[in-house]
Design a protein around this ligand. Structure first.
Ligand code: B12
Length: 225
């Protein structure tokens, strides 16, 4: 089999897996969904590929079904809960690099409830050698500043799904500037709010924006400590 053929066979296999996995998710078959994800891992698929091509794609589809009233909010909550359960199982198998890259706080600002993407990025940064403090979502701005100070973070990753939360990110960065001055960590932004655009408010121009897990790792590696 040529490299090209085996690449597209892999893509096709992951697409089929994603469809079957999504069926399990919507049918509340948590064990079956978990087994599919674990089998993919055992047969050589990487955790970032399973995260994005299977888990993330399925949640995006859950979002589309929910938006068009084909499933209920309860179905969506269940899909998210099953996803988070499966991520914890995969996390146990995460191989962590020996390289010491620095300290990163990853969070969602107050008002932002979406936390699965930030969780995925946290896991991948940890695997890449970062000491990760993942705060979850909906964290008050003052607490994020305290956490950055306490952990002497070199990098702050902020997950934003809803555009309406961007002003809070601007406020957070202003607070950090007042509290930490030149010791303010580099800022790495990501999440649904940046999926279609690189446009960020003028106040966020110095921040880096990642559109996927690979970009997140590459940009984080670039910062000077
Ligand atoms: C699950 C979900 C929820 C759950 C979240 C629970 C939880 N614990 O996370 C709950 C029920 C709380 C929720 C609520 C709402 N939601 Co919602 N939700 C979703 C859903 C279905 C999945 C989100 C998800 O986990 N995606 C999978 C992750 C892995 O993808 P991701 O976030 O894009 O992350 C990747 C990248 O973006 C990036 N990334 C993400 N974060 C970061 C951070 C850094 C630092 C970096 C570098 C990279 C990075 O890397 C990740 C991995 O590749 C989406 C559908 C969708 N398209 O995403 C809707 C969706 C995001 N929600 C939506 C809406 C409208 C809402 C509500 C307003 C609904 C309502 N009327 O109440 C509320 C708002 C709540 C709030 N204030 O935040 C819309 C948003 C539309 C928009 N653009 O504004 C969507 C797109 C659904 C839709 N199609 O309409 N939601």
């Amino acid at each position: 089999m040529s490299e090209h053929t085996s690449g597209s066979a892999k893509t096709q296999a992951m697409k089929s897996l994603q469809q079957e996995y999504l069926h399990d998710l919507l049918a509340a078959r948590r064990k079956d969904a978990a087994e599919k994800a674990m089998n993919a891992f055992r047969s050589g698929q990487s955790i970032p590929d399973i995260y994005t091509e299977v888990l993330q794609e399925s949640l995006y589809e859950v979002g589309r079904l929910w938006e068009t009233n084909q499933i209920t909010v309860a179905d969506e909550h269940m899909g998210t809960a099953i996803t988070q359960f499966i991520m914890s199982s995969l996390y146990e198998h995460l191989e962590v690099s020996d390289v010491r890259r620095g300290r990163v706080v990853v969070t969602g600002v107050q008002g932002e409830m979406h936390q699965v993407g930030a969780n995925m990025v946290s896991d991948m940064l940890e695997a890449d050698g970062w000491r990760v403090m993942f705060l979850g979502a909906d964290v008050p701005l003052e607490s994020i500043v305290q956490s950055v100070k306490k952990h002497q973070a070199d990098l702050l990753g902020i997950s934003v799904t809803l555009y309406v939360n961007l002003p809070r990110v601007v406020e957070l960065i202003a607070m950090l500037g007042r509290e930490l001055g030149p010791k303010t960590p580099r800022i790495l932004l990501g999440g649904g709010a940046f999926a279609m655009t690189d446009e960020v408010p003028a106040e966020l121009k110095g921040a880096m924006v990642a559109h996927n897990l690979h970009e997140a790792i590459a940009l984080a590696r670039k910062i000077k400590r």
